[in-house]
Design a protein around this ligand. Structure first.
Ligand SMILES: Nc1ncnc2c1ncn2[C@@H]1O[C@H](COP(=O)(O)OP(=O)(O)OP(=O)(O)O)[C@@H](O)[C@H]1O
Ligand SMILES: [Mg+2]
Length: 363
């Protein structure tokens, strides 16, 4: 739960990251801001390509060459961590803040024993002896729920199941007791039962260590009941931000609604056809002038094409959304009804290519 009086563990202010591409600068993160307190979990949700990982990697200084982060501040425990020396930076990222990635197979080293991989950070950052690091690695394996830790310490990644490998990744991330843990789609590659176990494990460890946690997922159902606050990203921007319960009881952005409708419903688990959001995300190297979601939006009106809605509409400081015609408002429902009456399906607007895929909009 939040402690407004404390210094937040993490403050991100106006983060902007772009990648140099042949077609020009691709804006992967476009003005993202949020704050996160110790013991709190922030959910970051959005379709593939919406900038979730780029946001995480920008915070962690883990961007590939060709990426540039301009403006903005990242404060860890009140300390600006943008312009640190290499050595300082290495100490902070991995020790005070660490990350669990989507695919453990690409992050774990296939030819190094599990125990050594967990102990490496401890030896380097905490200067532990080999024996002490191994003892601690064993403890960590127990903490993340791996049976027979003595045997597992000596094994290699391919000898472990997917779920166990993800547990090892979590053990590595936790080894130096970070204040901040970023879990980027930590369960996407796993089956549903193991997914739940891993998410429960992260939750328990977060509480035990009073860590701040960022849980990144494309699946809105994953953040329900597991996060304190959610930000919804589209085309590198936050389009909605709210305390989790508020978001689920009163989602305002048509994109959040569309994401929600694409969740498989428990009541019809078997062969229910999912509602797919029509159209494709925009080209981030050629963002439209207006709202980036407009070409796919059932509420869109001409204004949405020419003017980008700011995130601060409304007078609620806890629940923010960037939409001129939000769900649940008279204007929003009227806009949707007018679009339906006019037979405008995919988006509210006539599309230049006439297919309703939202790729080209005449302006
Ligand atoms: N190294 C890179 N070079 C160029 N473009 C990149 C690079 N990495 C990411 N991008 C682009 O940046 C945008 C945001 O990517 P990002 O990986 O943050 O998306 P995401 O929300 O994490 O998606 P996913 O759910 O698929 O993981 C995408 O358009 C992607 O193609
Ligand atoms: Mg990603």
């Amino acid at each position: 739960m939040s402690h407004p009086a404390d210094t937040p563990t993490l403050v991100v202010e106006d983060l902007r990251t772009s990648f140099a591409t042949e077609r020009g600068a691709l804006k992967a993160v476009d003005g993202v801001s949020f704050a996160l307190h110790s013991g709190q979990t922030l959910g970051v949700v959005g379709e593939s390509g919406s900038g979730k990982s780029a946001t995480a990697r920008s915070i962690m200084n883990l961007l590939p060459p060709g990426a540039s982060t301009s403006t903005g501040r990242v404060l860890l425990d009140g300390r600006d961590v943008r312009n640190l020396s290499r050595a300082e930076s290495r100490h902070i990222w991995g020790v005070e803040a660490s990350m669990v990635f989507q695919n453990p197979m690409t992050t774990l080293n296939p030819v190094i024993q599990i125990g050594r991989q967990i102990g490496e950070g401890l030896r380097y950052h905490r200067r532990l002896s080999r024996e002490a690091a191994t003892r601690r690695a064993r403890e960590l394996l127990e903490q993340v729920g791996i049976a027979d830790p003595d045997r597992r310490l000596r094994e290699y990644p391919h000898q472990l199941s997917g779920g166990m490998r993800q547990r090892v990744m979590i053990a590595i991330a936790l080894a130096c007791e970070p204040k901040l843990l970023i879990a980027d789609e930590p369960t996407t590659a796993l089956d549903v039962t193991v997914q739940k176990q891993i998410l429960d494990l992260l939750d328990r460890l977060r509480r035990q260590h009073r860590m701040a946690m960022i849980l990144i997922t494309h699946d809105l159902s994953v953040v329900a009941g597991r996060t304190d606050e959610v930000i919804v990203m589209y085309a590198g921007r936050i389009v909605e931000k709210a305390p989790t319960l508020r978001l689920f009881t009163a989602m305002r952005h048509p994109y959040t609604k569309a994401l929600f409708e694409s969740i498989p419903k428990v009541a019809h688990p078997s062969h229910t056809r999912l509602q797919i959001i029509p159209g494709r995300p925009p080209d981030l190297a050629k963002l439209p002038a207006g709202c980036a979601f407009a070409p796919r939006c059932a509420h869109a009106q001409p204004r949405c094409l020419s003017e980008a809605p700011p995130l601060s509409i409304g007078d609620d400081t806890e629940h923010l959304f960037a939409c001129f015609y939000p769900a649940g408002s008279l204007e929003g429902e009227a806009a949707a009804a007018a679009n339906r009456a006019a037979g405008r399906t995919a988006g509210g607007l006539r599309l230049a290519n006439g297919t309703g895929t939202g790729e080209e909009v005449s302006s």
